[in-house]
Design a protein around this ligand. Structure first.
Ligand SMILES: *[C@@H]1O[C@H](CO)[C@@H](O)[C@H](O)[C@H]1NC(C)=O
Ligand SMILES: *[C@@H]1O[C@H](CO)[C@@H](O)[C@H](O)[C@H]1NC(C)=O
Length: 184
C-alpha cells in the first residue's frame, strides 16, 4: 500500500511538472516602474468584400427578424480582410483584419467591431493591435478604440479614425482608410 502511494505520488509530481516549470514560483507579483512609452501612427486601407465568389467577409449568424430590419439588426459577419498600404487593392499588403463585426443598431446603421489587425510588414511583422468599439459605418468619419496589442504593440491603447473611401451600395463592398494612433 505504501509503495502504491509512493508510485501515485511520483506520477502526480510528473504530471504537475509542466505547470511548476512554466514560470518561476518565487516572487509571483513583481512591480516594474519607469517604462518608456512609444507613440506609433499607422495609416492603411481596409478592404471589405462581401460580394462575389471570394468574399473576405461572410455572414455567420442573424436573427429571425434581421431581414425585416432596415439596419439588418442582429447580423454577424466574420471577416479576414486585407490591409494595404494604399487605397488600391493591389497595393502592398501590410496586414490582415480578422474578426467579427455585427449590426448593433435598431434605428441607425452601426456595427460593433471586435477585430484583430495583424501586421506583416517590416518590423511590425507578427505584431497586432485589437480594435473593439462601435463603427457608425454610414458616417464619413468615425473613431474606434484600440484596446490592446501584441509583439511591438504590447500594452497598446489608442484610437482609430476610419474614413470610408469607397462604398458600393448594391453589394456592400467597401474600402476604408484607417489612421491609427497607439501608445505602447
Ligand atoms: C513575416 O514573418 C514570417 C514568420 O517569421 C515570415 O515567414 C514571413 O516571410 C515574414 N513576412 C514578411 C513580409 O516579412
Ligand atoms: C492621422 O492621425 C494623426 C493623429 O490623430 C493626425 O495627426 C494626422 O494628421 C492624421 N493623418 C491624416 C492623413 O488624417
Amino acid at each position: 500500500m505504501a509503495k502504491l502511494c509512493l508510485v501515485f505520488f511520483i506520477i502526480s509530481l510528473v504530471i504537475a511538472m509542466p505547470w511548476t516549470q512554466a514560470f518561476p514560483l518565487d516572487n509571483w507579483p513583481q512591480r516594474h516602474k519607469d517604462q518608456k512609452e512609444t507613440v506609433t501612427n499607422l495609416q492603411f486601407y481596409f478592404h471589405d468584400t462581401v460580394s462575389g465568389k471570394n468574399p473576405s467577409a461572410i455572414k455567420v449568424a442573424q436573427s429571425a427578424d434581421t431581414e425585416k430590419s432596415p439596419t439588418l439588426f442582429g447580423a454577424i459577419m466574420m471577416a479576414d480582410d486585407p490591409l494595404t498600404q494604399g487605397p488600391d487593392p493591389n497595393s502592398k499588403l501590410v496586414g490582415r483584419a480578422q474578426g467579427l463585426y455585427g449590426s448593433a443598431g435598431q434605428s441607425e446603421v452601426c456595427l460593433i467591431m471586435a477585430m484583430n489587425f495583424a501586421f506583416i510588414d517590416g518590423i511590425y511583422n507578427g505584431s497586432s493591435i485589437s480594435l473593439l468599439g462601435k463603427n457608425s459605418a454610414m458616417s464619413p468619419v468615425r473613431e474606434m478604440p484600440i484596446v490592446g496589442g501584441t509583439g511591438l504593440f504590447r500594452l497598446a491603447r489608442g484610437y482609430a479614425i476610419a474614413k470610408t473611401l469607397w462604398f458600393d451600395i448594391t453589394t456592400g463592398d467597401a474600402i476604408v482608410g484607417y489612421n491609427v494612433t497607439v501608445v505602447h
